[in-house]
Design a protein around this ligand. Structure first.
Ligand code: SAH
Length: 491
């Protein structure tokens, strides 16, 4: 996550004065440890005409998560509440504001011992934040920055240009320009308004946030037309509460503060997933079949890959044999709803320690997915474009390699039995393909062979003599494990 500040200049007032203002030499790349990771300051360009300083924060997610955990609980993730819905490495956010405040503290105060006249002068400023979480969208970004003398560009950023249906991220690319704002003011605007727009509650340790707000808001906040919104957003999650308490509240507030928004989220996610099957018994039957297959496999630590709104995670929690349940999904909205459905915040510690929700894409290998007993891909593969499927296969069967993998997908042959489904249509707008039983078997057989699994198939839902069941399920078992069992028996 990063931010750049650019200024232009003349031989009399060179742009490189930016280095004095920021107390960071344009000729050197510098790194600083901050409480959330390493901050780098570098100058992609440093000339008399034009000079750009970049602040880059490498968020240390692990440290962040660790700090969110309770002490000495035998390695069990403490509620993992700090971890769910984790976009921190990617987005500018409250953490960037914290880094800004610590790396540029003198600049923010408008202090420059070497050139005391500089901080009071204005000069052209151009600021860019490529990915800024902005709850309230571009409209709010304008309302917050324009009264302060900025020309504002706030373009919504899609989650993935290739997959527009992941849709409507809450990020904007922010560009600010001004000739009337001093650098110190600019930094203070950002220090307060980035977390206000982020409106997520990632860190706080101290209860002196009111002082910080008043200090940073000096000279502009008291006159700001959105003063109330800024103050309440800035403080509501910080006010004298411990960081962990706030992290625990994070999603609850997000989900419950504004019910109309939740409705919206619900609808959007429902539209994304298997709307027409919910809450019809097929979804329930599918979960039952999956849970049964997992129980039979003896799995204790389970991944629900593409967990959506968390129904399966919820079902798994009911059986204490599943000691660790990790839901992974690419959609933050789905995870938000899942967290709310599971009532993660109100769960007892023990329950909470068993469950974790993470954002991530399954087409990339992820070391954190290694070492689990089982993984479930329930109604997920058909949401991927076929050319991407091998990447998911590799990430799951090749890299993560759980002993058991359960995959379900629609049986396209059955579609003729859905009365509401026009002939030749897939069951859901986001399905990239739906397979016949033969196609699914061929795919699963190949995957099993390539990655050293044995596979068996089960029908889910009422089996039609002609077209088969509505849902097909494959249960993969690592061949090595099978051999070992056999060998053990033979021995
Ligand atoms: N497993 C749930 C949800 C199925 S809908 C169930 O059985 O009801 C498919 C889910 O896969 C969606 O939540 C979608 O966000 C997720 N998904 C699609 N592509 C993904 C990817 N590349 N990585 C992670 N999740 C993905």
């Amino acid at each position: 996550m990063f931010l750049t500040v650019t200024t232009t200049g003349t031989p009399e007032r060179p742009a490189t004065d930016l280095g004095f203002l920021l107390h960071k030499h344009p000729g050197k790349a510098q790194a600083f440890s901050t409480s959330h990771g390493r901050a780098h300051v570098l100058y992609p360009e440093a000339g008399t005409d034009r000079c750009t300083a970049a602040l880059l924060l490498e968020v240390d997610t692990v440290a962040l998560v660790r700090r969110g955990k309770g002490k000495g609980r035998g390695g069990a993730p403490d509620a993992a509440l700090a971890q769910y819905v984790n976009d921190r490495p990617y987005a500018a956010s409250s953490l960037l504001a914290v880094a800004l405040g610590s790396v540029f503290s003198s600049a923010m105060r408008g202090v420059c011992a070497a050139r005391p006249e500089l901080p009071g002068q204005t000069r052209p400023l151009h600021i860019e934040v490529p990915a800024l979480p902005a709850r309230g969208g571009p409209a709010l970004v304008h309302r917050l920055f324009e009264p302060l003398g900025w020309r504002v560009t706030a373009e919504p950023v899609g989650l993935d240009t290739e997959f527009p249906e992941w849709g409507d991220s809450r990020y904007v690319r922010l560009v600010l320009d001004s000739e009337t704002v001093t650098l110190a003011q600019a930094l203070r605007h950002l220090y307060v308004l980035l977390p206000v727009l982020d409106d997520a509650k990632h860190y706080w340790v101290s209860s002196d946030e009111v002082d910080k707000l008043l200090r940073a808001g000096e000279g502009w906040l008291p006159e700001h037309p959105e003063q109330k919104l800024i103050t309440s957003r800035y403080l509501s999650r910080r006010w004298s509460l411990t960081r962990q308490a706030l992290e625990r509240l994070e999603l609850v507030r997000l989900a419950e503060a504004d019910d109309s928004e939740v409705e919206e989220i619900d609808n959007a996610v429902a539209a994304e997933s298997e709307t027409e099957e919910k809450p019809t018994p097929l979804a329930v039957r599918r979960r039952e079949a999956i849970v049964a297959a997992l129980q039979e496999s003896g799995a204790a630590r389970v991944l629900d890959l593409g967990c959506g709104q968390g129904q399966l995670v919820q079902a798994l929690l009911k059986d204490v044999r599943f000691t660790e349940i990790v839901g992974v999904d690419v959609s933050v909205r789905a995870l938000t709803i899942a967290a709310r459905r599971l009532k993660l915040d109100r769960m007892g510690e023990r329950q909470a320690a068993r469950v974790e929700l993470r954002q991530g894409s399954l087409v990339y290998t992820d070391k954190r997915l290694k070492g689990y007993d089982a993984a479930v891909l329930s109604e997920v593969i058909e949401h991927l474009d076929l050319p991407r499927l091998p990447a998911l296969e590799y990430a799951v069967f090749g890299a993560a390699r759980p002993r058991t993998v359960v995959v379900t997908t629609p049986n396209v042959e059955y579609n003729v039995r859905w009365e509401s489904l026009p002939a030749g249509h897939v069951r859901h707008g986001d399905h990239r393909f739906e397979w016949t039983r033969e196609e699914f078997r061929a795919w699963a057989g190949q995957v099993a062979e390539r990655h050293g699994y044995v596979v068996r198939f089960e029908a889910v839902g009422p089996e039609d003599p002609e077209v088969g069941p509505p849902t097909q399920m494959a249960v993969f078992t690592a061949a090595a494990a099978t051999t070992t069992a056999k060998e053990a028996k033979a021995a």
